[in-house]
Design a protein around this ligand. Sequence first.
Ligand code: ATP
Length: 357
Amino acid sequence: MPQPDTAFLSVQNLVKRFGSHTALSDVSLDIRAGELVCLLGPSGCGKTTLLRAIAGLERQDSGTIVLSGRDISHAEPQERDYGILFQSYALFPNLTVAQNVAYGLSGKRAHRKHVANRVEEMLTLVGLAGASEKYPGQLSGGQQQRVALARALAPSPSLLLLDEPMSALDARVREHLRIELRALQKRLSITTLMVTHDQEEAMVMADRIAVMNGGIIEQYGTPRELYRQPGSAFIADFVGEANWLPFERIDTHRARVGRQELGVDAPLGTQAGKLFVRPEAVRVSMTRPEEPNSMLADVLDGVFLGRGYRLALRLEGVPGSTVHSIVSPEIGDALLGPHAAGRCWVELPRHAIRTYA
Ligand code: ATP
């Protein structure tokens, strides 16, 4: 059995070019046994190429891929021991659900009885025990994707590869399936790599997320690490919501933003750049707070979220600024209701501020 703290899948220095275009530029990635890792990034950043290279569907120009201690860099796809699920369900329309799932076992020369048992087991696992004699056309999109998952899992692969498995489904089904898929993955403890461009999906499902940008992995960490300690402005923007304000450095722990002076805990490395703070870290109050990083602001706009409001604010002394904040229903009502004050105090807590060049 692989140790939980060592890499079960290890990708080292992978390079893949398509003509003059470098889709993967020296990508390395370690995944531990039982982990679910998401490859997240904008369109064209190389996510699918990386997944396909691991699957052996795309040949890398250089680099190695090791799965469970075995170098599979040059192995044929069918020799690599993974199950794969794509965006489209890719089921055979003329075969029943059970026959579709059994298809995943056909290469294994399994005994008929064993196949039938395994198919039932897999369909129960994905919550489709009663559907074995139906045809794919009689199932909803979400159900079809579950059949495809059952088919991928039937041969007990040691690795599960998922390429945007839920992006063809509508929002409600997708949200439901996310939770189901994650629960199933944990229950089976199957090492999983999933491509997605949906940051919420990655946050909800992943143990760790590798954020890709232009053929490289820009940051690899837990959802919390990426959200709280984004290593670059790109990550800060791509994972979660961000407020940005241009600043100039006064000294190590003081920045000028418009006519305002702000204290920051993290030392300022550059003369000027972008200051970043998450909307939920921006504090809004009706009376002047004690803290020095506070300033008056005008309310530009507000959206009712139920649990509170999302406000757009313009900081006094920072012309053209728009800062978003998530506030309680009480403060939102006071600022947006019929007798709205329209102005408030905003604090940008110094510990919550990060800066980038
Ligand atoms: P998306 O979310 O849009 O699927 P992605 O991050 O998965 O994007 P890839 O599909 O890996 O991106 O593509 C990475 C880059 O390589 C893109 O610029 C793409 O145009 C290019 N590319 C991918 N496959 C090929 C191919 N077979 N031939 C030529 N270029 C390719």
